[in-house]
Design a protein around this ligand. Structure first.
Ligand code: ADP
Ligand code: MG
Length: 509
């Protein structure tokens, strides 16, 4: 009985290769082998199939063990590399081992080959198992975080739905007041009120979109104050009004290297726990301090129930919860712990029964300098509108399309509306359009695809993509096609600015 062994032999001498193979067979293997003696041949062999071990001669006319080792390392493959040589001195051997060869054997003493191969196979298997375990752990952590996030999104959605209903209630009441024939001189005032309700509704959906976006983690230079403010704004929505939420931070921006989405989640998880610990109300404090030039400290403190030593002992364990089933998942703090550790930070807890709880997170600070701004409002660009443009509106929501067409007509343009990309493509090529104003998501063919086709159908057409999706993502997709972007809901002023920019830009073309 013999085991197959996939051996790549790097060796110029056929005779020496035979010796090696004989030794391996004698030790119980059936070698599936190939002999190479140049870098090109070795590259090809490594790419063609998998190998259990590479056995290389030290010096060959057109190749060498160090060069072969370098090639193997560059390929990123984890295959044991043994050097077998008849001539080399000790110094070169030490060098080769230092640069990562697994063993060095003399041709005269090949009896050691079998045990060396066996040992290296075992170690390679261990490394593979370790890598698999690490990948599994990372995947489990990713899921854990996602589960936690969904929990928070769920709570947030509940809070927002509640506020949103209030917005809708106010809108409905105003509309019906007008229909019932309320005093006409109030009309302007009523309309202004309606507009402010709509803006408030837009803020609500924006918060939900921002928080629930599924972002790949990305560490960058951000303002810790901005992150704290962002978390504070979401928390005021999440947390019952019986709790007084206070945000204390330096007036100036504080640069840290962090993933803002993850950091926001850390603060949210801590604050939600704090709120849970204050069922009768209390004070929740979110604080940011800079004890020295190298660190920042986030504090999340509550005046709630506090914790016993027993709870403190298990605090960060996944699935550890003292909350009833359906209430707690026990994941919040293990996620906090994972994220803080990833950011090179540490956590301290100070708590006792009846005395409230304080979590302190210490994170490394960036050396002073510029940092990436958090997404904010784009500066308005005042441009004189050019009336009379031919504007194609592609929007599948009938109500939204109709009102856009009316507004564009009022602005002096010549709009035309379609509900899908196919409809748009059936339009005559002549006289064409100056601007395509399209929703990012159209039925069947997306606005992005339509934008690409529009450039062929109506040469010189400018594209404005509009979307109600989370701004950053949609903006990126729009930018990839060279189109401008309008975040829904937008007002007439924003529409005019976008049109003016698009038309202004086309004049030079
Ligand atoms: P969960 O909130 O789902 O129970 P966590 O990992 O977020 O899971 O928290 C684990 C436990 O730690 C909670 O069940 C609670 O007993 C305790 N805990 C966490 N934060 C606080 C706090 N601020 N005050 C009191 N107890 C807390
Ligand atoms: Mg929790």
């Amino acid at each position: 009985m013999s085991d197959p062994l996939r051996v790549l032999v790097v060796e110029d001498s056929e005779e020496d290769c035979d010796l090696l193979l004989r030794e391996l067979r004698r030790s119980g293997w059936t070698p599936e082998w190939e002999r190479v003696e140049t870098a090109a041949a070795m590259s090809r062999a490594l790419g063609e199939r998998e190998w259990d071990v590479v056995i290389s001669d030290f010096r060959m006319p057109a190749f060498s063990a160090p060069a072969a080792l370098e090639l193997l390392q560059a390929s990123g493959l984890d295959v044991p590399f043994l050097i077998v040589s008849g001539t080399v001195g000790e110094e070169a051997a030490v060098e080769a081992l230092k640069s990562g060869a697994d063993d060095f054997l003399l041709k005269q003493k090949l009896t050691r080959l079998a045990s060396a191969v066996r040992r290296e196979l075992r170690e390679a298997a261990n490394r593979r198992a370790r890598r698999r375990a690490e990948a599994e752990k990372a995947e489990a952590e990713r899921r854990l975080r996602h589960a936690q996030k969904l929990e928070a999104v769920g709570r947030l959605a509940g809070g927002i739905a509640h506020d949103f209903n209030n917005v809708l209630q106010a809108m409905l009441a105003l509309v019906q007041l007008l229909r019932l024939g309320g005093p006409r001189h109030d009309l302007d005032e009523r309309l202004a009120e309606m507009e402010s309700h709509v803006r408030r509704g837009a803020q609500l959906t924006r918060q939900l979109l921002l928080f629930s976006r599924h972002e790949a983690p990305s560490r960058r230079r951000v303002d810790a104050c901005g992150v704290l403010d962002g978390a504070g704004a979401i928390l005021r929505r999440l947390i019952p009004a019986t709790i007084d939420t206070r945000v204390e931070r330096p007036a100036e921006a504080v640069a840290i290297e962090a993933d803002p989405g993850q950091l926001e989640q850390v603060l949210m998880n801590l604050a939600i726990n704090a709120a849970d610990a204050m069922p009768e109300g209390g004070v929740l404090t979110l604080r940011l301090e800079q004890p020295d030039a190298s660190r920042v400290v986030f504090t999340v403190a509550d005046t709630g129930t506090g914790m016993s030593q027993e709870v403190l002992d298990h605090l960060f364990e996944p699935f550890f919860t003292t909350k009833g089933s359906g209430k707690g998942t026990g994941l919040g703090l293990s996620v906090v712990h994972g994220i803080v550790a990833e950011h090179g930070g540490s956590i301290e807890v100070d708590s006792a029964p009846g005395r409230g709880t304080t979590f302190r997170l210490t994170l490394p600070r960036c050396p002073s300098g510029a940092f990436a701004a958090l997404p904010g409002e784009p500066a308005p660009r005042p441009v004189a509108p050019r009336a009379g443009a031919r504007v194609l509106v592609a929007e599948d929501e009938t109500g939204a399309r109709a009102s856009l067409l009316e507004i564009l007509t009022l602005l002096g343009h010549r709009p035309c509306g379609v509900g899908s990309a196919e409809e748009a493509e059936r339009l005559p090529a002549d006289p064409g359009f100056d601007v395509l104003l399209t929703d990012l998501e159209l039925p069947g063919v997306s606005g992005v695809d339509l934008a690409v086709r529009a450039a062929r159908l109506w040469p010189g057409v400018r594209v404005i993509l509009m979307s109600g999706y989370v701004e950053e993502e949609a903006r990126t997709r729009a930018a990839a096609t060279g189109a401008a972007f309008l975040q829904k809901p937008f007002d007439v002023a924003a529409l005019e600015r976008a049109l003016a920019a698009a038309l202004g830009g086309s004049e030079g073309a």
